[in-house]
Write a protein that binds this ligand. Structure first.
Ligand code: 13P
Ligand code: SF4
Length: 305
């Protein structure tokens, strides 16, 4: 095979023959999105995971996303297309640390961002994604909440749900949190007619300057529906490329050239192909004990979200 198109055709053929569903996070490259059965943010991917009719699910994203599929659909064969694709934020806490925090904050509802390991999900009350965090925290019965691991997401949620007492500890996305308020100010000065759309994993100095804050899917939807013609995109730079592709009559500018998630970028179209043939990737395995314990917090997210 010599062209992207030929490789994509081969993938689509194998997908049908082997009854495989390809799920892709919106940060994946355009050539992968084009062969996916569903593209979305973390919340959308979790919803699809539970419903996909195919027997095998191939996740193009990072490890916690594939593990979430396995938790929800244990009867399916779940493959992660690149075994090294992991979200560094997912490992910023371990189970022992959370157990100690729970002792320190008795009676607090424990919320875990979905960007956490499956082990961490086993000792939390509910998971949230960037798309569902505000609604879920607002609807939780507890007033006191311990929220791990992203302090920037927590700060953004806390601002919108002032009636809750939310305790944040440490942690965050190294990619989004690397951008500061000065860079946002400069981008806005450079493109005065543009709307500024930002992911809530960015620091408050950045989100406070935004016209819209939301998950990757929410940012895409906002830009598509808006009458505005120019946008500064404050999330992973693949979204700039995808939006430019989908809306050729609008202009999209990256907030920073450093907004690149190397883990999300690990997977290539060739990996997807080789994974389907059984030559690459990793099959996700979880013990039933861990799966069932983690499922409670993910089910609660799907129920409340
Ligand atoms: P979404 O919730 O928008 O999918 O974000 C996931 C993520 O990893 C962002 O960095
Ligand atoms: Fe994790 Fe940040 Fe990469 Fe998202 S962008 S997968 S939160 S490191």
């Amino acid at each position: 095979m010599s062209t992207t198109r030929e490789l994509q055709d081969a993938i689509i053929k194998i997908k049908r023959e082997k009854d495989i569903c390809i799920l892709a996070h919106a940060y994946q490259s355009q050539d992968i999105l084009e062969v996916a059965d569903y593209v979305g943010d973390s919340f959308g991917l979790s919803q699809k995971a539970a419903k996909a009719p195919q027997q095998t699910v191939l996740m193009c994203g990072v490890r916690f996303m594939a593990e979430t599929v396995k938790v929800l659909a244990p009867e399916k064969k779940v493959l992660l297309s690149h075994p090294d694709a992991d979200c560094p934020m997912a490992r910023q806490f371990d189970v022992e640390e959370i157990k100690k925090l729970k002792e320190q904050y008795p009676g607090y509802g424990v919320v875990a961002y979905i960007n956490t390991t499956t082990d961490l999900k086993t000792i939390c009350d509910v998971c949230v994604t960037s798309a569902s965090a505000v609604k879920i925290v607002r609807d939780m019965e507890q007033k006191n909440i311990l929220f791990i691991p992203d302090c920037n997401l927590v700060a953004w949620v806390a601002k919108q749900v002032p009636e809750k007492n939310i305790q944040m500890i440490k942690g965050g996305c190294p990619v989004h949190a690397s951008i500061n308020g000065q860079e946002a100010k400069e981008a806005k000065e450079k493109h005065p007619g543009a709307q500024f759309l930002v992911h809530p994993e960015c620091v408050a100095d950045v989100t406070n300057q935004a016209d819209f804050v939301g998950s990757t899917t929410a940012i895409i939807d906002y830009a598509k529906k808006s009458d505005c013609k120019e946008f500064i995109i404050g999330t992973e730079n693949s979204i700039v490329q995808h939006l430019q592709f989908e809306c050729p009559d609008k202009k999209f500018y990256a907030l920073s050239k450093n907004l690149i998630c190397t883990d999300m970028k690990l997977t290539t179209l060739a990996d997807v192909y080789q994974c389907m043939l059984g030559n690459a990737g990793e099959e996700i395995m979880l013990t039933e004990e861990v799966r069932l314990a983690a499922k409670k917090s993910i089910d609660e997210m799907l129920r409340l979200g």
